[in-house]
Structure formats: C-alpha cells, structure tokens
Design a protein around this ligand. Structure first.
Ligand SMILES: *Cc1c(COP(=O)(O)O)cnc(C)c1O
Length: 428
C-alpha cells in the first residue's frame, strides 16, 4: 500500500493542528507510522486519500452500527439541512427522538441531548452531585468517560495509550473527588464506600468496558454495584456511550436486566453526527435547569441535523428485530476465525467479545480489568496492527481499543479479515 498523500496531508496538518489530529486516538503514537487520512466511506469500507480501501473495524469509534453513509441517515440529514441547520429554538424532531429513545431504553422517563459523550458524562455527574448533595464519585480504572477533568484519572484507551493517565491541567482539587476502583472487583468498591461514608454521590461505570479492550462484567458484578448503591444512597451511572443502542436496543440495562439511575449515551445515538445524551427517571431529570437547580446548557444541543441522523438511526434499529442477533453472529464468526488463525501459528492471545464488540489481546491471561489488559504484548500488537493495515484491514491503532462490528460487514469481508490474520500470524 502507498500512503503518499496521507503522509503529505499529515505533514501539512501538523503545522496547524497539534499532532496533526483533532483527537489524539487518531494519531499512530502507540503503533508508530503515519495516520491515514480518510477520504470517504461506504458500508463496511473506508477509502483513504491515496485510494486504498480498508475493511473498517473502527467505524468512527462506534457510531456506524449500520455501516458508513447509511442511506436513511444521509437522506435525513440532507433533507433537514435544506430547512436550516440550527435555530436555538425548540424543534419538533427533538421531542420525536426523545420519545423514541425513552421507548427503547428501560427505566428512563426523560432524556436531554448534548453534543458529545464527554458532555453527557460531565453533566450526569453534576446532576448526580446536585441531586444527592454529595461530592465524590467512584470510577473504575481503565474506564473512559470523556475528557472532562473529573474523569481523567486512569482513563482508559486514549489517555492510557499516551502514558499520561493523569493529565496536567486537572487540579488536585478536582482529582481528590474521583475515587478509583478496580473493574470487576466488588470488594474494592465496598471498601471505598465504607471509607468514604456519606460522601459518594455516584458510581460511574461502562457496564461493559470498551476502552481497555472489551471487558464484559463478571457474573454478579453489576448486580452487586446496584445493591451497594441502594444501600449507600449512591446513584449508579451507566456510561452507555459505547454500548447504548449497540448491545441491545435498551443497552446493557436491558441486556443484563439491571437498572441504572442515570444513563449516558453518545456514538450510535447520533448516527455519526456529534450527539450525546443523558437520561434518568423524572425525579432526577427534573432536577435540571430550567425546572431544577442543576445548570446544564448548549447552543447547538439538539441540533436538527444531529437529531435527524440520530432519529433515522434509532428508527432503523428499533424496526430491525434481527439486527442484534446478526451482529452477534458475525462477531462470533470473526472470533472463531481469528482464534483459529492465531492458534495455527501458536500466537498467544485472548479474545474478549460481547454482542458487536470484540478485542484481541496478545496475552495468555484472562483480561478482566485494566491491569490484565495492560499485560498484553504491545510489540506483538504493533506488528499485528501494521500487518493488518497492509492487508487492507483497519483496526484501531491501540491495543486498548475495541473493534466494532457493523451490519454492513458481509461474511466475505469477515473471511478476508480472517485470511489477513492467518497471513500475518507467522510473523507475529
Ligand atoms: C467515546 C466515549 C465517551 C466520550 O464520548 P465523546 O463523544 O468522544 O466525547 C464517553 N464514554 C464512553 C464509554 C465512550 O466510549
């Protein structure tokens, strides 16, 4: 593959954009080399500026559940744009998507739309603090909840990839209110709750972790968190920015039958446009301005183009009863294929998978939390990443990321992917 134009564009970008990218995970720092500049995408494929085609497993880091340039989403955005792109006034489509989201997700009465997953999580903890009148939160090492100050403490993928889990610029004052727990370790949470009695406003968690690879909760973990939250008058926040409308129509709450108090959304809910949202039962949501005391706002929140894209996306997901099962079957097929290919060449690995999320770890241990995720062999991953890229398979340029399976992937695409793994496995 030739990357001449990408290289030239990257050089130019670095002159005017820090590191040449508008989000650090797009850089190739963790794997070496030069980021590839995307030009267009359709279905399961992304095309770069040099004309190379890739089978895409990043899918804009999650939103493209149905593939790139999904026609109903594209049409909806075009039609909306003709009517004006933003008003700063309420619009009917905001209620329409809110009604649809509330109908799909268990245990929520009201939802507020924002512009990113970061904003959703940031607003969710402010709301939780205001509602409970307590200050501290518990988060889990390796979970990512966006880049707002409170969360940049052992924050998974992007932050970890760059070896700066605690970003300069986050004050001690803010950091002291974020307590860290180990994912899948209930005892650890119990200890924190006991030693910070009546101080914890919320526990925030990716109920299926996706930002340290894909790590499903062990049996009883989420149930245990729910019980602990009830016992200690703590709100349970599910950050379903990655899992919402992906692992089930109603996200992990539905999949695992566990009620969260506040749920955060992003990615799929925007169909590829900048959207986030947070939702809860009336009692909590009515604590928000303009009817409640907790302030939260956004000039472009509920933007008509973004709402049109999200609405088309959610409508399609709701109408397609077989979607989640198809995605799961494709993911399982890929899992088996990759595993066999790696085993054939004695490459030590562990694969985690749930629904349409999958991650390949070059580790002999089970990957159940951040520490075990970090034990993977990064040199092997680098070779794997570049090998796959060279074969036209685009996975995330970090060992801490989940691959996203889209409905646009055909079994031919999956076979091509497995064949690529097999071809490069002997050099790993
Ligand atoms: C991507 C992600 C976020 C942040 O969303 P942005 O839209 O990038 O701000 C928050 N939480 C989780 C679980 C995510 O995967």
């Amino acid at each position: 593959m030739l990357y001449q134009r990408s290289s030239a564009l990257f050089k130019e970008a670095q002159e005017v954009i820090p590191g040449g990218v508008n989000s650090p995970v797009r850089a190739f720092n963790a794997v070496g080399g030069t980021p590839i500049f995307a030009k267009s995408a359709k279905g399961a494929y992304v095309y770069d500026e040099d004309g190379n085609r890739y089978i895409d497993y990043i899918n804009s880091w999650g939103p493209m559940l149905l593939g790139h340039a999904f026609p109903p989403v594209v049409e909806a955005v075009i039609e909306k744009a003709k009517q004006g792109t933003s008003f700063g006034m309420p619009t009917a489509i905001e209620t329409e998507i809110a009604e649809l989201a509330v109908s799909m997700v268990p245990n929520i009465d009201k939802i507020r739309f924002v512009n990113s997953g970061t904003e959703a999580c940031m607003s969710a903890i402010r709301l939780a603090r205001g509602f409970t009148k307590k200050d501290k939160i518990i988060k889990f090492a390796g979970c990512y909840h966006g880049h707002s100050d409170s969360f940049l403490i052992a924050a998974g993928s992007g932050a970890v990839t760059f070896g700066t889990p605690n970003s300069p610029g986050v004050t001690q004052g803010t950091a002291k209110d974020t307590l860290l727990a180990r994912f899948n370790d209930l005892e650890n949470v119990k200890t924190l709750l006991a030693s910070n009695k009546d101080e914890i406003a919320a526990i925030i968690i990716e109920p299926v972790a996706g930002n340290m690879g894909c790590i499903p909760p062990v049996k009883g973990f989420l149930e245990g968190l729910r019980t602990l939250c009830d016992e200690h008058n703590v709100l349970l926040i599910f950050d379903e920015v990655m899992t919402g409308f992906r692992l089930a129509n109603g996200g992990v709450q539905q999949l695992k039958g566990i009620h969260a108090d506040i749920v955060c959304f992003g990615k799929v809910v925007g169909g590829g446009l900048p959207v986030g949202a947070f939702a809860a039962r009336n009692e909590i949501m009515d604590y928000l301005a303009p009817i409640g005391p907790v302030y939260q706002a956004g000039t472009l929140s509920g933007n008509p183009l973004a709402m049109a894209a999200g609405l088309a996306m959610l409508k399609t997901i709701k109408a397609d009863a077989g979607l989640m099962q198809r995605l799961e079957e494709k993911t399982a097929y890929l899992h088996r294929g990759i595993s066999e290919a790696l085993n054939k060449h004695n490459v030590i690995h562990t694969i985690n998978r749930i629904g349409s999320m999958i991650s390949v770890h070059f580790s002999e241990n089970q990957v159940v939390d951040f520490d075990t995720a970090a034990q993977g062999n990064n040199d092997t991953f680098k070779r794997f990443f570049h090998g796959m890229l060279n074969k036209g398979i685009y996975i995330a340029p970090s060992a801490f990321e989940t691959w996203f399976i889209t409905d646009a992937l055909t079994y031919e695409d999956l076979n091509e992917t497995i064949a690529a793994v097999e071809a490069i496995a002997k050099d790993l």
